[in-house]
Design a protein around this ligand. Structure first.
Ligand code: TMO
Length: 315
């Protein structure tokens, strides 16, 4: 019995050696999150990896918890790691070694409190955060009185807004929207009546094509602001700074990905979206009202030379 097991093991090992990897045929698991560029891009990346010979599976996943899931091997690849939202969670797993920082897109990102331009008429010191704080009463709602309301994104986007409000001593209460669409619906209603609103937004996004507006300027982001309470203008709290202004957009993979899918990994390292790519992916769904699958197909058709070059090293 022991000998047969040993022989079997040797033969199996030999098979793995000639096929390269025991896991090359395992599907690559790509998470689906709750904002539109990510949903379209997930399918774009999936179709590119299929073109490179891999199998792909899409798994709905919490965008805040996904880095731990990837560390545990439950997810293979996150292609939109936004520094503002997920930098802390991502870098924690990279430091542990179970997630690899595989590539950095050319796209530069910003995620921050934002207001439509007409708000400056009622609060002339904007975009400075202290001016905003002085105008807090303009943003009071029955839910937040006597404080102003900041409409944040879904809690899973990990923005640290409550910590920021506490750290900077702001006269605001954070209300988390249930979805990205809820943010845009409130922006649309407020804009129609020129009603003051301050809400979470980001770039690249489709919003800049529809609305004139600005990000609030908080104390400049610096390394460690969100991890080390002692740093920053409030020595007792983290998040006493704004989000990065030229934040990264990265691709992260599970540490076993390069060994399990070496060819796909080489392709992943060449994938590179620009600001326009991300904005267009969002726009096709949010403005043109396409289905995600159709939007991904359109992006691939419109950018064929670009993504085909990612398939081979001499492309
Ligand atoms: C991660 N996000 C783009 C929604 O800020």
């Amino acid at each position: 019995m022991a000998v047969r097991t040993l022989v079997f093991g040797v033969v199996l090992g030999w098979c793995f050696a000639i096929t390269g990897s025991a896991h090359a045929d395992d599907p690559i698991r790509i998470p689906l999150h709750n904002w539109t560029s990510q949903l379209v891009g997930a399918e774009v990346v999936g179709r590119i990896l299929e073109a490179a010979g891999s199998e792909v599976e899409y798994v709905p996943a919490d965008s805040g918890a996904v880095y731990e899931a990837m560390c545990e091997g439950d997810v293979d690849l996150v292609h939109e790691v936004w520094q503002g939202a997920f930098g802390v969670a991502f870098e924690k797993q990279v430091a542990k070694g179970c997630v690899i920082d595989a590539a950095t897109h050319d796209a530069l990102t910003r995620e921050e409190w934002w207001y439509p331009a007409y708000v400056e008429e009622a609060c002339p010191g904007l975009p400075d955060w202290e001016a905003l704080n002085g105008c807090a009463e303009l943003f009071v709602t029955s839910e937040t009185a006597p404080k102003g309301r900041f409409l944040g994104g879904p809690a899973e986007w990990l923005k640290g807004d409550d910590e920021r409000v506490a750290g900077l001593g702001m006269n605001f209460a954070v209300i988390n929207a249930g979805s990205a669409d809820a943010l845009w619906a409130e922006l649309s209603i407020a804009s129609e009546k020129s009603k003051p609103i301050v809400l979470f937004n980001w770039t690249p996004n489709f919003i800049e094509a529809l609305y004139d507006g600005k990000f609030v300027e908080f104390p400049e982001y610096f390394e460690g602001c969100r991890e080390d309470a002692a740093l920053g203008i409030n020595p007792e709290t983290t998040h006493d700074c704004g989000n990065p202004k030229d934040g990264y957009l990265k691709i992260g993979v599970w540490e076993e990905f390069p060994d399990r899918h070496p060819e796909a990994y080489a392709v992943v390292q060449r994938i590179n979206f620009t600001n326009l790519d991300i904005a267009v992916m969002a726009k096709l769904v949010d403005i043109d009202k396409m289905e995600v699958t159709d939007a991904a197909a359109k992006w691939l058709a419109d950018n064929e030379a670009k993504w085909k070059a990612w398939l081979s090293s001499d492309g």
